[in-house]
Design a binder for this molecule. Structure first.
Ligand SMILES: Cc1cc2nc3c(=O)[nH]c(=O)nc-3n(C[C@H](O)[C@H](O)[C@H](O)COP(=O)(O)OP(=O)(O)OC[C@H]3O[C@@H](n4cnc5c(N)ncnc54)[C@H](O)[C@@H]3O)c2cc1C
Length: 403
């Protein structure tokens, strides 16, 4: 099928980057967002850091790096002003034995210097512009982006139209068309639908185990001091601190993050307890800055990440869960024999790294929709298989890793 139009549900970074990837391939895209504006849920933080965390298993490190490089190239191509996208570099600090071992191991893996290199504490201090007590992994191209500006720029494409304040309440499909249901009796149908609504996707697919959960997080905004303005790079330990920037306020602020909790996910109120938890992270980044900035918290923001139990995003075409359960295939079946839903895709579960992972997933979904192939698609589409938990539940472990 050659599609000429598509609907994307969800106006966060996953939905906006999916809309962009399809629009640049010539499809007319309608982006539907439940809230009054895009980038208003998890993708609405004042700043998002862009960096890969390497050193897990080989596949997750390769994916993290590929996603990071893709996001950097995409954001550069959008020509965002420096006030909205800044590759100031990042120092991942060896602040405890485990992290020191990790960064030393990563540094020994032969990455080119323009991706990363190990620096001692003196070199780290010179790069950061403030005293750093630890050896660190330096990522010169890492940086931060203003999520609202980024999502706005992605959706300025002439092939994209946005419908805000529209909540999809159900998704149904027949052989080759998906229908979206809204409150009242309104419906919209399309050949191609991509669901990018994070934690709310599970409600739309009650038969399909997506195994996602909400992770509450708070960032703290901290008024900069004269000496903290000298910070040139992002610092990262078990939290992160951005250089001082004019965020929502007239005075320059740092963005300090972030907390993680699977409790109280219905409570999106900023809490002092979470500010305190972020300030504890600041201690491990720089005791000097902690001393100086601990009373400078002026504001914060809470939102919910969406994470899968195996921490991989869910991105790709969906199977018809009811048909699959009713007549499970043999374990040796080919992927082509499975009951695919023509034209229905998912792009969710980006955890704490959505600005790095969602644009690459969007690109891979767009490739699948228009039948492009790429080495990156061949390498990662199986690992991102959004049907993997259902296939595993049915004992189809081999198919769960395929695309
Ligand atoms: C405190 C905190 C700090 C973070 N820091 C970073 C960071 O530094 N770097 C980084 O890369 N990531 C960071 N993240 C993670 C990042 O914010 C997320 O991974 C990313 O925003 C997820 O994007 P998304 O589009 O999947 O989800 P969202 O941004 O949540 O978008 C989903 C959208 O779908 C809409 N929606 C839901 N249901 C419906 C429906 N039924 N109909 C229509 N629309 C619907 C929602 O309103 C929402 O706008 C952080 C997260 C938190 C919480």
């Amino acid at each position: 099928m050659t599609a000429s139009s598509a609907i994307v549900i969800g106006g966060g970074i996953a939905g906006c980057s999916t809309a962009f990837a399809l629009a640049k391939r010539g499809l007319k895209v309608t982006l539907i967002e439940r809230n009054a504006s895009i980038a208003s849920a998890a993708s609405g933080n004042p700043l998002a850091m862009l960096y890969p965390r390497l050193g897990g298993d080989a596949a997750s490190s390769r994916f993290a790096l590929a996603a990071y490089l893709h996001s950097l190239a995409l954001f550069q191509s959008l020509q965002l002003p420096e006030a909205d996208f800044n590759q100031c570099g990042m120092l991942q600090l060896g602040f405890n034995t485990r992290e020191l071992t990790r960064i030393q191991k990563v540094a020994s893996q032969g990455y080119p210097n323009h991706i990363l290199r190990l620096v001692n504490c003196h070199q780290a201090s010179a790069l950061a512009g403030i005293k750093i007590a630890y050896d660190a992994l330096y990522l010169p191209a890492a940086g931060w982006v203003n999520p609202k500006a980024l999502c706005g720029r992605l959706t300025q494409h002439p092939n994209i139209s946005i419908q805000n304040s529209q909540a999809v309440t159900a998704v149904t499909h027949n052989q080759c068309r998906t229908t979206l249901h809204f409150n009242g009796s309104t419906t919209l149908s399309a050949d191609i639908v991509v669901i990018a609504n994070a934690n709310d996707a599970q409600q739309l697919f009650p038969d399909m185990p997506l195994n996602t959960h909400a992770v509450r997080g708070q960032v703290s905004l901290i008024k900069a001091s004269t000496s903290s303005r000298a910070l040139n790079t992002i610092l990262c330990s078990d939290g992160y601190l951005s250089p001082a920037r004019h965020l929502r306020q007239a005075i320059a602020h740092h963005c300090l993050g972030a907390t993680f909790s699977t409790e109280e996910v219905d409570n999106l109120a900023v809490s002092i307890r979470d500010h305190d938890a972020n300030l504890e992270k600041l201690k491990s980044l720089s005791p000097g800055l902690h001393e100086e900035l601990q009373n400078n918290v002026t504001d914060g923001r809470v939102s919910l990440r969406c994470a899968a139990t195996d921490y991989w995003p869910l991105a790709g075409q969906l199977l018809d869960a009811s048909r699959l359960k009713a007549t499970p295939p043999r374990p040796s079946a080919s992927m082509a024999c499975l009951p695919w839903v023509e034209g229905l895709y998912l792009n969710i579960a980006h955890g704490s790294k959505g600005f790095t992972t969602a644009p690459l997933c969007a690109e891979l979904i767009a490739q699948q929709i228009v039948n492009e192939t790429s080495d990156i698609y061949r390498e990662f589409a199986g690992l991102l298989n959004p049907n993997r938990f259902l296939l595993r539940e049915l004992g189809l472990k081999r198919l769960a890793k395929m695309r």
